[in-house]
Design a protein around this ligand. Structure first.
Ligand code: ARG
Length: 651
């Protein structure tokens, strides 16, 4: 991490004797903190207003003509009602001391602070180049107590993806994976101790169905080769039989009723019904699942094998998305004891009640919308909700988390609201208040040319192929790419992820292959292109100029050739705001906060190239521009990696 001493030296060179440092800020990690503290100190000195009042009023501006930071004079809480605030703004601006870093101008009832471009450039570019992959992030934020780092970091669970074994990986899982991966990165970059957890759907009667199906249709070879696909096939086949048997039962029972009315003989029909009821798939599955619940080793062994092989396969696919998990949990892992203990508390506290042999929690007394939730079925078995209650307490026991995020589609809003409310009613605010549901909207029309996508691998393969086609339309460029298939794969993944993260999480969006794989518009490939171009600028320069400083040596080059350029100043300003964008993202918890910034920067970059050419310029000019572009590459890369993208260097 960049040191305060380095910053002090740089600021001294700019004419500032001391590092401006308001409490609770991190000047060596965030240049905006330097500016906010500096402005606060000067304004406080000239006006006598308490720095604690000034600091929080300093806000970003929407338009450059309003300055880089602004302050609403009314927010300074000075003077009395009816005062002329415009005049006050003028007076404050006039009294604002001379500064090497900023200029203060009145703007109606606002104060507008403009960063002087030269010192900003001299401050930012070396800072970005030195901080490199850490620029923008702040690992102090996750400390339990920033004053006492030895007390450790906040423990945080991010539960995401959570697909169901032997079922399709649907859009809800895709979004949970992408958004959850991003949130885990985000909180880690803020210094939290993050546990990435996958909570598999791997328990319930359907896994008895699956085992019965595997007996009939399973193939050891296919299972090992493609566990996820094969188990799904088996499940589909056996479910069809179970369904068919169910229909037969209904029909035969109707026939029996009819025959009995007319006094006919039903012995044969009854025998048939009995046979299905006793020997059909449904009963076999029940028996099998009972053996699993009872912990019979053989039954559990097969099921565990399905689970383990599926997890192995998932791990490979997640790796393509730069995701790894610390904990492959799942509904099956929740201990009976935890659920029984929870049931006891619910009963003792009068949270739950009997209803027709089942146990329910009537949440309508808290809110009508929450309805009544079943926590135990008539036959005594647990449900999805029961397992989530047990899981939350087990996780608290195991990890003592400070915060837990469930990344789950908004279709399950009610489920999670019920979960949190039940915990609270049980007197476990220590858990419920630390939990948050991060929800998101639906993906519409997620089908591909090969039919409806069922598995994550298929989705990624399809976009990879489509991306390859798009790349091929530019024959010239295509020929220069070394491993086109690999690049297409990475770009395809970026395409899917960026499309998913572009809008607010809660919005639905349409899965549009053509749009997401285009190099035009705000897409993943466009962002990758912006990054690759910055890499290629350095590469090409290094080919032409043999003794060019290495990227990490650019921090000390003379930056004065950038001082006259508006384009450079604009880019530098954007680089300076990246740490604030990161902070803001922690507030919004929206990937679009990062993406919007990255696209804005990419646009600024692409309109700067004509004005700030590198190859062909004089050496000193070349070095200064390269320092700028390398800094831009670092910030673009940091943002992309935060989102979970894999920035490419060539394409
Ligand atoms: N497996 C569930 C599904 O596919 C999602 C699990 C979400 N997490 C939770 N703790 N309930 O619908």
């Amino acid at each position: 991490l960049p040191s305060v001493d380095e910053l002090a030296a740089t600021l001294k060179g700019l004419g500032l004797e001391q590092v401006p440092h308001q409490p609770g800020t991190w000047p060596s990690l965030n240049p905006m903190d330097v500016y906010r503290s500096h402005i606060t100190e000067l304004l406080s000195r000239s006006s006598g207003i308490d720095p604690k009042v000034i600091y929080p009023t300093l806000a970003w501006t929407a338009k450059p003509e309003n300055g880089d930071l602004q302050c609403a004079v009314p927010a300074l809480r000075i003077g009395k009602k009816g005062d002329d605030l415009k005049a006050k703004a003028e007076e404050l601006a006039k009294g604002f001391p001379e500064s090497p870093l900023v200029e203060c101008r009145p703007n109606a009832t606002w104060l507008a602070f403009f960063f002087k471009p030269q010192p900003l450039t001299s401050l930012i570019i070396p800072q970005v180049l030195k901080a490199g992959a850490s620029y923008g992030f702040n690992p102090n934020l996750g400390l339990k107590n920033p004053e006492k780092p030895e007390e450790g970091r906040k423990k945080m669970i991010v539960e995401f993806s959570s697909p169901n074994i032997a079922k399709p990986f649907h859009a809800g899982h895709l979004r949970s994976t992408i958004i959850g991966g991003f949130l885990a990165n985000l909180y880690e970059a803020a210094g939290n101790d993050v546990i990435r957890m996958n909570y598999l759907g791997d328990w319930g009667k359907q896994y008895g169905v699956l085992a019965v199906g595997f007996d009939k249709f399973g193939s050891e070879e296919n299972l090992v080769a493609n566990p996820i696909g094969h188990l799904y096939d088996v499940y589909v086949k056996i479910s069809a039989i179970a369904h068919e048997e169910g229909e037969q039962l209904k029909a035969k029972k109707a026939e029996i009723a009819k025959a009995q009315e007319s006094g006919g003989d039903v012995t044969q029909l009854e025998a048939e019904v009995k046979k299905i009821e006793e020997e059909g798939v449904d009963q076999q599955a029940r028996d099998y699942f009972k053996r699993m619940v009872d912990g019979e080793p053989k039954a559990l062994g097969i099921w565990k094998r399905f689970r383990d092989l599926s997890i192995d396969k998932y791990k490979q696919t997640y790796a393509r998305l730069n995701i790894r998990y610390d904990d492959y949990s799942g509904e099956s892992q929740i201990k009976d004891e935890s659920m029984e203990a929870a049931a006891r508390i619910m009963q003792e506290k009068g949270v739950s009640e009997d209803s027709d042999g089942a146990v329910i929690v009537d949440l309508t007394k808290y809110s009508k919308k929450l309805g009544k939730a079943i926590v135990k079925k008539k036959d005594g078995t647990s449900l999805y909700l029961t397992r989530d209650i047990g899981a939350a307490f087990e996780r608290m026991e195991k990890y003592k988390f400070d915060k837990m995020i469930y990344v789950v589609a908004s279709q399950q809003d009610l489920h999670l609201a019920q979960l949190f409310k039940i915990e609270e009613a049980m007197g476990r605010k220590d858990v419920s208040e630390k939990c948050q549901h991060i929800n998101f909207g639906m993906v519409l029309g997620m089908s591909t040319r090969k039919g409806t996508a069922k598995f994550l691998d298929d989705i990624l393969r399809d976009v990879g192929e489509k991306m390859h086609e798009v790349m091929r339309t530019n024959e010239e460029k295509y020929k220069q790419v070394e491993h086109p298939e690999k690049v297409a794969d990475t770009l395809g993944i970026s395409a899917v992820m960026v499309q998913d993260m572009k809008g607010k999480r809660i919005n639905n969006y349409t899965f549009d292959m053509d749009r997401m794989t285009s190099f035009e518009g705000d897409t993943g490939p466009y962002l990758q292109y912006a990054h690759a171009r910055l890499c290629s600028i350095y590469r090409k320069s290094a080919e032409k100029v043999p003794d060019l400083p290495k990227p990490d040596q650019l921090a000390t080059v003379d930056l004065s050739p950038l001082f006259e350029s508006m384009h450079a100043a604009d880019l530098v300003r954007q680089l300076a705001s990246w740490p604030d964008v990161f902070l803001n993202t922690l507030k919004t918890q929206e990937p679009t906060t990062v993406l919007t910034y990255l696209f804005k920067m990419s646009h600024a970059l692409s309109s700067s190239y004509d004005h700030l050419q590198v190859v062909g310029s004089e050496k000193s000019v070349m070095e200064a521009r390269l320092a700028l572009y390398c800094a831009a590459r670092i910030v673009l890369g940091n943002g992309m990696r935060l989102l979970g993208l894999n920035p490419v260097e060539r394409m």
